[in-house]
Write a protein of this length. Structure first.
Lengths: 203, 125
């Protein structure tokens, strides 16, 4: 029980760190990114803790922080994200420094608690993928229904005899049919962009 | 029948392709709709009213088939007979080309419809 309470914050922190890429890229690229994080966190923290010298703590924090920022440069475009990751990783390194005089078993326990966090993050990412697939299907279904409505509205203009007299009415129908389709197309486009790790479309 | 799970993001790819197709259909539909501005005399449509109605039904059935296949995870559409389109082309060659002031616009419309039907019949596999 004592061990669980002691290592739980490590698991929670590592889960949060592994989930960070979800902020910008929720699907496939984030998994690769998670693996990178996993390798970095699991291996760097025990190694740093063994090699750490109390006099150069600040330098270590700085160097490791810069490495993680550089790792994120190709994925995240905002400075905010760089700083957030920098702060979180720095906190991890500071905590790791306290491991300097601990036994080898404790270091393994620390590493396994971080691995637990990684697995939890992977599970959350998988759930998110499932959610996205269902959302895509529902939205595409609606999109297709709107396309059918638009098709009817357009062909009514050709077929209805009173079109020249009631042009405004028919144009309004097309406008109404066009708008939801367009908006749904945009929403789906956002999902597509997120899948490919691109920034979300605004226009 | 076991429920499909989409744990692998690569499985989203067919949906993204389907969405691209829907976008193309949307644009082609809007292009088809331009015919109402391109034809100055609306009475021209009366010459081919039955054919246009048949084309509407044909396109609707294609879209419904697409939607049906998509919701059943088949990701492919059954081949449909495009005889209605051939009928309209026949009408165009025999009647509309002679009667209409702007026959080229109708040709563009027929081309759009043909592209639209081809797009609906693409098999994603």
């Amino acid at each position: 029980m004592k061990h669980i309470v002691f290592f739980a914050p490590w698991t929670v922190t590592s889960t949060l760190i592994f989930l960070l890429p979800l902020v910008r890229s929720p699907l496939l690229p984030s998994r690769i990114f998670c693996v990178l994080y996993f390798i970095c966190v699991c291996f760097s923290i025990p190694v740093i803790s063994l090699l750490a010298d109390t006099e150069s703590n600040f330098l270590l924090v700085l160097v490791v922080g810069i490495i993680f920022v550089l790792l994120n440069l190709y994925k995240t475009q905002t400075e905010y994200m760089h700083w957030l990751i920098f702060i979180l990783m720095s906190l991890c390194v500071i905590a790791a420094l306290s491991l300097k005089n601990t036994s080898e078993t404790s270091i393994i326990l620390y590493a396994s608690s971080i691995a637990c966090g990684f697995l939890i993050a992977l599970f959350i990412i998988s759930l998110r993928n499932l959610f996205y697939a269902r959302q895509l299907k529902l939205r595409l279904n609606d999109y297709m229904t709107d396309l059918q409505y638009l098709l009817n509205a357009i062909f009514d203009c050709f077929l209805q005899v009173d079109y020249p007299k009631a042009m405004y009415l028919y144009e309004k129908r097309i406008h109404d049919a066009k708008k939801p389709s367009h908006l749904k197309g945009r929403k789906l486009g956002n999902v597509h962009c997120q899948k490919n790790g691109m920034p979300i479309q605004i226009n | 029948m076991p429920k499909k799970r989409y744990a692998n993001p690569n499985q989203l790819e067919p949906y993204v392709n389907y969405k691209k197709r829907c976008d193309s259909i949307y644009l082609l539909l809007l292009d088809c709709g331009q015919l109402r501005y391109r034809i100055s005399d609306h009475t021209t449509f009366r010459f081919c009213q039955a054919e246009i109605e048949q084309i509407r039904q044909f396109l609707l059935s294609l879209l419904q088939d697409m939607n049906h296949c998509f919701t059943n995870d088949q990701m492919q559409v059954q081949e449909n007979d495009d005889a209605h389109l051939t009928n309209l082309e026949g009408i165009y060659e025999m009647v509309l080309q002679v009667v209409m002031e702007e026959p080229l616009n109708f040709l563009l419309f027929i081309d759009d419809i043909r592209q639209l039907s081809k797009l609906c019949l693409i098999k994603d596999g």
